[in-house]
Design a binder for this molecule. Sequence first.
Ligand SMILES: Cc1cc2nc3c(=O)[nH]c(=O)nc-3n(C[C@H](O)[C@H](O)[C@H](O)COP(=O)(O)O)c2cc1C
Length: 147
Amino acid sequence: MSVHIFYGSSTGTAEGAANAMFDVFAKAGSVELHDMMDGEIDALDPADFHVFSCATYGEGELPAGSTEFFEDLLEASPDLTGLRFAVFGLGDSIYVDTYNAAGKTIVEHLTGLGATQVGDRFEHDNSGTDDVDEKAVEWAEQIVAQI
Ligand SMILES: Cc1cc2nc3c(=O)[nH]c(=O)nc-3n(C[C@H](O)[C@H](O)[C@H](O)COP(=O)(O)O)c2cc1C
């Protein structure tokens, strides 16, 4: 099994978290990192496991350049039955109405295509005191125990 870690990041926090998780997921198989901006929707494979580390911007959207990933995916509308994924969301609670909305959107889109969420969706708060990379490792350890 391969683990595909996709990150959606504008200023590097979600990308850093994705990198921090790399060694944890390497316990489960070979790991590939993907910038969602590269639009590699073909890397979604029911035989593999998928992790999304993604920030929220705008009015609750994915970061600029990453929104097209799901536009392309929804247009292609593949049957993702059997595909398993987990979501590590990043946001900031000062954005009350759209706090961590991108992570919720990812869950909706993937489950809407038949995929199955594994574990709890994490919500990192940039206004909080939690170290994002430490939390990413802790979360990844919980997820890897379930795959
Ligand atoms: C201009 C701007 C808009 C943002 N909008 C939201 C938002 O709507 N909801 C949210 O939860 N966080 C929002 N954030 C917070 C980011 O998602 C958060 O800081 C995240 O850690 C950034 O990740 P990145 O460095 O990978 O881009 C916003 C941040 C900026 C700078």
